[in-house]
Design a protein around this ligand. Structure first.
Ligand SMILES: [Zn+2]
Length: 424
């Protein structure tokens, strides 16, 4: 909920260290600000909020303006408790922390479903996309399953023999037990903490990208297509959000993020020599055997694509420029020997891409099985559930004693706590 301006409705007043006021029909709300005096971001914000500037309008009138544009009230349920935050929207330039440096130069970005690569002159970096987020996916699954079991147990008359929900006209009112409600709260807490952690991880990644370059080019990829291909693994990482945040901060620092068309540049399948060969997603190397990438050498697929993206302009790859750059610094920076491990100073990027390879390959293999309903463990479980009667006590017990059923909600708790402060 937000106001239109700081003049009426929900507004900020710079009295007694600042407070939020909101006069309603039934009551007047006065909320004092809770300020951390050692936080430079808050100090910067307060300095703007307390300043009053004069502005000349189009008609020539001089109006006094507060540094606050408007106030937004935000409600969040944290660990089952509803908390309300006020967000002040300011005029002026945001505070930039000293640790967040911005390099004002050209760079290429390659955003993959699980990998990000950044290349700029003389430097290349690749890292896992939102690396710390995997664990909560499991906790979510446990809570969702528990919630489903509880809903079935509480509403047996709403389910058919085969476990599906009865048609609307045969259904009774849904009943929710206290335990089911608390499961819901716990589930929401995991989701909120995950979102908060994702925001924080992505923010850190955006700053890593900008510390290398702020005039960026990247392939325009369809997040929808990713979701179709990798569904769960992509959905909770929110790559689109990462892309838009990178674009926003790049723009704020005087640079830009240009998205080039995949169909016209086909960066992930082409080579500097002009050859085109489509690689499967599991293939993490770019090999060619031409003068640029000789036999026995390779480049990291994401980094190579980012390198090419860097030399794109208006949906076209400037091949001459790219070749020139490759000979002057690109080869030193990106080229590696295939037989021995690493070339140059790129040890960290190499390790992250090698650790990642098996996981992705496994996912690709598992998917068709799951769909066909063969003996894969996931397919087996969901298959059983569909056939089973609403509550199967034997099955419940089995799930309860399984390591997933018991331990995960507990182990997920510290994660939940970690996620907390990010939102506040
Ligand atoms: Zn080639």
């Amino acid at each position: 909920m937000e106001g239109k301006s700081n003049a009426a409705g929900i507004r900020f007043r710079p009295v007694e260290g600042g407070r939020i006021e909101w006069n309603g029909t039934f009551a007047n709300l006065v909320l004092p600000l809770i300020v951390d005096p050692n936080d430079p971001v808050q100090a910067h914000a307060l300095a703007i909020a307390n300043a009053i500037s004069c502005r000349t309008t189009k008609d020539g009138n001089v109006v006094k303006e507060s540094g606050v544009k408007y106030v937004r009230l935000l409600s969040r349920t944290i660990r089952g408790e509803e908390r309300v935050f006020a967000q002040l929207v300011f005029r002026g330039v945001p505070f930039q922390k000293a640790k967040h440096t911005v390099q004002r130069r050209r760079g290429g970005l390659d955003l993959g479903p699980s990998h990000v690569a950044v290349v700029t002159e003389g430097e290349a970096k690749s890292f896992d996309f939102c690396a710390g987020l995997d664990r909560k996916e499991k906790a979510l699954r446990v809570y969702r399953r528990r919630s489903d079991r509880q809903r079935r147990a509480n509403n047996q008359e709403n389910y058919q023999e085969d476990g599906t929900i009865k048609p609307r006209n045969e259904r009774k009112r849904w009943v929710e037990s206290h335990r089911q409600k608390s499961t819901k709260v716990e589930l929401a807490e995991v989701q909120r903490a995950m979102a908060a952690e994702r925001e924080s991880l992505q923010g850190a990644m955006v700053h890593v990208v900008l510390s290398m370059a702020n005039d960026l080019s990247s392939e325009k990829v369809s997040k929808k297509a990713w979701q179709k291909l990798w569904g769960r693994s992509v959905g909770h990482k929110a790559p689109g959000r990462f892309e838009s945040r990178t674009g926003l901060l790049a723009k704020a620092s005087g640079g830009s993020l240009e998205l080039v068309s995949t169909w016209k540049t086909y960066l992930s399948s082409r080579c500097l020599c002009g050859k085109r060969k489509k690689k499967p997603q599991s293939e993490r190397k770019h090999e060619c055997g031409c003068e640029f990438i000789p036999n026995g050498m390779h480049a990291d697929r994401d980094e190579f694509s980012a390198f090419l993206a860097m030399h794109c302009q208006g949906d076209l790859l400037d091949e001459g420029k790219a070749r020139e750059a490759w000979l002057s610094w690109g080869a030193d920076c990106l080229l590696r020997s295939s037989s021995s491990d690493v070339c140059g100073s790129r040890a960290s990027g190499e390790s992250s891409s090698t650790t990642h390879k098996p996981r992705e390959a496994r996912q690709r293999r598992a998917r068709p099985k799951e769909m066909r309903g063969q003996s894969g463990s996931l397919a087996n479980r969901s298959g059983q559930r569909r056939k089973s009667v609403p509550i199967n006590i034997g099955r419940r017990r089995a799930l309860g004693t399984s390591p997933i059923g018991l331990q995960l909600p507990k182990t997920s708790q510290p994660g939940v706590k970690n996620g907390g402060p990010h939102a506040a």
